[in-house]
Structure formats: C-alpha cells, structure tokens
Design a protein around this ligand. Structure first.
Ligand SMILES: Cc1ncc(COP(=O)(O)O)c(C=O)c1O
Length: 285
C-alpha cells in the first residue's frame, strides 16, 4: 500500500482527496520537486528544497515550511513506504478557491501533497552495463519561464510524448536559433574532444539539481573541463557524446539522436568518468 502525505497527515493513497476547485487542478498553479532516495539516503535534499522555495517566491505562494519540516515529511514517507530506490514527489499548489478567477486569491491555504514512487537503481559507472538512451529532437515550444519548476507541465508532456511515440526515451529541445535548451524532463550536455558543454542557466531551462551537483563535482575534481555556453544543433549531431541528467536518472548517456549514432554509437569514456565522480560525490549535498 502506498502512503502519501496531504496537507497535515499521512494516509493511504486511496484516501487522499482534494477539491476540484484547487488551483493546481484548474490552472496547474503550483510548484513541485522530485528528490531521489537510495536505501533511505536522500540526494541533494537541501538544494531541492531551496529551488522549491525560490519557485514559490517567484509565483507568490506564501508558504514557509522550514527545511527541517520538509525533511521530516520526506523521511516519514521513506519510512512508511519502505526504503529502496524512491523518488519523493513534493507539491505545493496555491490552494482551493471558491471560484475560478485568474488573480491570486487572498487568504487561501496552499495544498501540500507528497508521495513516494519507485525509481530505477542509481546507474553504475560502467560503460558495459550502462543503458544507452535514444532521443529525438524538436523545436522547444514551451513558455519563457522554464526556470520555474511549475506543475504546469503540458508543454513538457507534449514534447515527451512526441519522442515517446517515435520509440525515444527523451526529446531534445532546440530554440528558434537552433540552440539546444534541454530535454522534456532532463538537462542536456554534449562532449566534444573531452570537454563537457551544457547550455547556461537562463529562462529557457530548469536549473536542475543534478546539473548543479554534477558541475560542482566536476569543477572540484578538475580532470574534466566544463563549458557553459550555447550549443548549436550541428554541434549536437557532431558530438562525441551526448548526455541528459535528472534526479531519477543521474547522468544518462545518449547513444542515438533522431536515429543517428552519437560518436561511435556506444556509451562514452567521459560519461563513465563523470558518472563515477557523481556517484562518489552525490551524497555531499
Ligand atoms: C524540464 C526539466 N529539466 C531538467 C530536469 C532535471 O532536474 P533535476 O536534476 O533537478 O531533476 C527536470 C527534472 O524533472 C525537468 O523536468
């Protein structure tokens, strides 16, 4: 049985009920996080909560649980659902109003929802065992506030579905200048001549926590050079390696883009080295 948290208590998922007048339901008016936990050990908890607080501040949701309170709820879900490989989903919507009116309502309490779901085991930094991802590409047609981790995910969902229908695991997105932004649910990278390149943080991409930790770990180690700059479509198609990162995938090696092999079509050496460093350093955040 899956135990979830709604507003102020834990309950079986079947018993969790919210009003259809909740603005999360009517407008996608909310902020969320997904935090991975392996055998009870959370990865990146503090930066995940910081991003959620930033998101709430940006969209004017006044809700100020402490980091400790979020940790208590998160650890409660892990204990109640059994340790293992879990994604912890945290969600704050603006709350339930009596009418459907676009303006932010005054004096409405936010709705808090959290649940745990199973994720794959963390990748092992071994080229021979690694899953090679296949991705397709398309024009990024989402909004211009992609730095907000909003529950309004229809743009991302439609992009993911486009790739999914073509048998791809993810969809790489390109802006009107044919520059790589990110993927529908991951940040994106290329590797060329041993250098890792990823688009800079701006309103076109989510400031991924895996991205933050990976770049920090690589900078501290110093053996793999990283550049944050625009990446053209041509560069993606001539890259030695392509990666996508997210909390539930860590660093995932892409071996095929739009049916064409990336480099030699195999998971690359730089991926192996980077995932090894990430595996060793990810619990320090
Ligand atoms: C659009 C998008 N970009 C990037 C990411 C990766 O973010 P994180 O590493 O924080 O999981 C996600 C994760 O859900 C995402 O939805």
């Amino acid at each position: 049985m899956s135990i979830v948290f709604l507003n102020d208590s834990y309950m079986p998922m079947e018993e969790a009920k919210i009003s259809p007048m909740d603005r999360g339901f009517l407008f996608g008016d909310g902020i969320y996080e997904v935090i991975p936990s392996y055998d009870g050990q959370l990865v990146g908890f503090a930066p995940h909560i910081e991003r959620m607080k930033n998101g709430m501040q940006e969209i004017g949701i006044k809700f100020d649980w402490s980091v400790d309170k979020w940790r208590e709820v998160t650890e409660g879900l892990i204990e109640k659902n059994g340790r293992g490989n879990l994604g912890i989903y945290l969600h704050v919507s603006r709350g339930t109003d009596s009418k459907r009116f676009h303006a932010y309502p005054e004096d409405v309490a936010p709705t808090i929802f959290a649940f745990a779901f199973e994720i794959a085991a963390a990748p092992v930094a071994d080229k021979a065992q690694a899953k090679g991802y296949k991705v397709s590409t398309t024009r990024d047609l989402r909004w211009e506030r992609c730095h907000i981790k909003s529950t309004s995910l229809l743009g991302n969902v439609m992009h993911f579905q486009q790739g999914f229908e073509q048998g791809a695991n993810e969809t790489l997105l390109f802006n009107a200048n044919n520059e790589l932004t990110e993927a529908s649910a991951c940040n994106a990278y290329i590797v060329k001549d041993g250098v890792v390149v990823t688009p800079p943080l701006d309103n076109q991409i989510l400031p991924g926590i895996t991205r933050f930790m990976l770049l920090d770990i690589l900078a501290k180690d110093g053996t793999i050079k990283v550049e944050e700059r625009a990446i053209t479509m041509d560069e993606v198609f001539s890259a030695d390696e392509v990666w996508v990162t997210s909390s539930s995938k860590e660093v995932a090696a892409v071996v095929e883009v739009d049916g064409k092999p990336v480099g030699d079509g195999q998971v690359g050496d730089v991926w192996q080295a980077a995932q090894k460093l990430y595996s060793a350093g990810k619990h320090n955040y």
